[in-house]
Write a protein that binds this ligand. Structure first.
Ligand SMILES: [Zn+2]
Length: 275
């Protein structure tokens, strides 16, 4: 699933290629992707004539600012945006197609169909974003903030790092990387972390997410960004997907266990549960 760095890479691609483009007409081939107040009919009626003014990102959400509507969009597992000539054949996984006035399409392609495009009137955008209940992004968290959030949470720290209302933008890959860097076991109860460990998680979150954004995100399995380019942070992964391989710090083999229902990779020597 794309996390903050991968979604940021998509945002930059859209900004480079689609800003200033005007929609001529719209084809919706899989209606569940589109969530508009008046349903798909409203979406199809309102999008023609809209020009894309800006694309923002909040956590893992993309915010499309059109002339007088906005989208809050989520890629979920495998969604991607493609900018391609309108004459190119439409494949079975392209579910929402904006025909642009420049002879190109912006196509939303999603093999799993889990992604969503939520269209709102511009004046409703602020409230719709508030309703997402997202915490700050890693670059904006402080040790005092995270300490406060962990105090009353007994569940494993891994689950708290995945909670978008605590920190927005971290998913399974970067949660494993952050905990490895901070030398914290993924099952350590959140309210039992030492001040030093919380500081280490804050520092690692900022550093790792920042580096992953610079690298264009991580490419695993079939996931590539919106425009078919591969991010290259996967070459820096220390824990995620490395089960059975030696820890870069101590040589102990990385293990994989299930924590908060997610596969979690860690070094059993460097990351130990403590009282
Ligand atoms: Zn180790």
């Amino acid at each position: 699933m794309p996390e903050l760095p991968e979604v940021e890479t998509v945002r930059r691609g859209l900004e480079n290629l689609v800003i200033g483009k005007e929609v001529a007409s719209v084809t919706v081939l899989w209606e569940n992707i589109v969530q508009a107040f008046g349903g798909v009919t409203e979406f199809v009626n309102r999008m023609p004539g809209q020009t894309l003014l800006a694309v923002d990102r909040i956590g893992k959400f993309l915010i499309f600012h059109w002339t007088d509507v906005a989208w809050i969009a989520h890629l979920r597992m495998e969604g991607k945006y493609l900018y391609m000539p309108s004459t190119d054949p439409v494949d079975a996984y392209s579910h929402v197609i904006l025909h642009l006035t420049d002879g190109y399409d912006l196509r939303y392609r999603d093999v799993r169909k889990f992604g969503r495009i939520h269209m709102v009137d511009k004046h409703q955008l602020d409230q719709a974003v508030k309703d997402l209940h997202l915490g700050p992004e890693p670059k904006d968290i402080t040790t005092a903030y995270l300490t406060d959030k962990l105090t009353h949470r007994k569940r494993p720290i891994k689950g708290v790092l995945l909670d978008q209302s605590v920190i927005a933008g971290i998913g399974n890959i970067y949660a494993d990387e952050v905990l490895y860097a901070a030398k914290v076991h993924p099952e350590q109860p959140a309210n039992s972390l030492t001040d030093q460990e919380i500081q280490a998680i804050v520092d690692a979150s900022k550093a790792i997410i920042g580096q992953a954004v610079e690298a264009g995100g991580t490419t695993i399995r079939s996931y590539t960004n919106a425009f078919g380019e591969n991010g290259h942070y996967q070459q820096y992964l220390q824990a995620y997907g490395r089960n059975g391989q030696p820890c870069a710090r101590c040589g102990t083999l990385i293990e994989k266990i299930s924590v908060s229902q997610r596969g979690s990779h860690f070094c059993p020597n460097c990351q130990q549960v403590h009282a």
